[in-house]
Write a protein that binds this ligand. Sequence first.
Ligand SMILES: NC(=O)c1ccc[n+]([C@@H]2O[C@H](COP(=O)([O-])OP(=O)(O)OC[C@H]3O[C@@H](n4cnc5c(N)ncnc54)[C@H](OP(=O)(O)O)[C@@H]3O)[C@@H](O)[C@H]2O)c1
Length: 258
Amino acid sequence: MTGTGDGVAWITGASSGIGRALALRLARDGRTVAASARSAGALSALAAEAGAEAEAEGRIVPFPLDVTDAGAVAAAADVIERRLGPVGLAVLNAGTHTPMGLDDFSAATARALMEVNYFGVVHALDALLPRLAARGGGRVAVVASVAGYRGLPTAAAYGPTKAALINLCEALKPECDRAGIRLHLINPGFVDTPLTARNPFPMPDIIPAAAAADRIADGLAGDRFEIAFPPRFARTLKLARCLPYRAYFALVRRVTGT
Ligand SMILES: NC(=O)c1ccc[n+]([C@@H]2O[C@H](COP(=O)([O-])OP(=O)(O)OC[C@H]3O[C@@H](n4cnc5c(N)ncnc54)[C@H](OP(=O)(O)O)[C@@H]3O)[C@@H](O)[C@H]2O)c1
């Protein structure tokens, strides 16, 4: 068992990529994991994989849902707690990416990404925060992205969803502290998953999903608000946040050719 606390770990976006790797890592650590995403078949396969792993002392139980459906998310929180026990850790990781810039600018794309990436998290927080506050404890981790630090080419739809999550977590953190809820903001750089397979450009410092899961699990055993990785890439983008616009756009032009 890691130091990520007691209780059930609920992971959204667990059918693939980072969420899947994290579910397996937490099960290996002895945790009971409630795994959510839309693809019920992929979640069942994940549960079977954890069950077949000799070193997995925990287990993974599928709870399929669409995070854009607030009612389904609230109902899942109820069912998970009734079937498995109180949620002690929630990793709100479900998300998607559609590249968008000037040529393919679309309100429909921007809205669709906001519905999944931002409101998907808000729906889970709405279901969970009152429960955790009433119990006076628990951890919640929101998966945003270093792409939320500043605007980046082709991320005109994706970036704002992640910037919104960062701001949301910053806004909630002091009150969560007072309520005994440990809130973490997870900002990954490039991770090799089906989501980044859509990127047509070379991705600096890209890491495997299992390495990202290890970074997250290790971070969740500690007290730091932000878990950002890989460290060098995350530090560079964080520094870029402090640049004045003229220098920032010159840097973006040089690095991306945009
Ligand atoms: N990969 C990266 O480089 C990177 C970098 C920074 C941040 N992130 C963030 O990390 C998170 C995981 O991304 P990933 O790279 O692991 O991508 P991924 O492999 O595409 O996984 C995305 C997960 O989200 C789930 N999901 C998508 N829409 C959903 C919906 N409406 N309701 C419920 N689940 C939904 C997907 O499952 P279903 O399709 O089965 O629903 C899948 O399990 C995302 O929030 C992403 O923005 C990724």
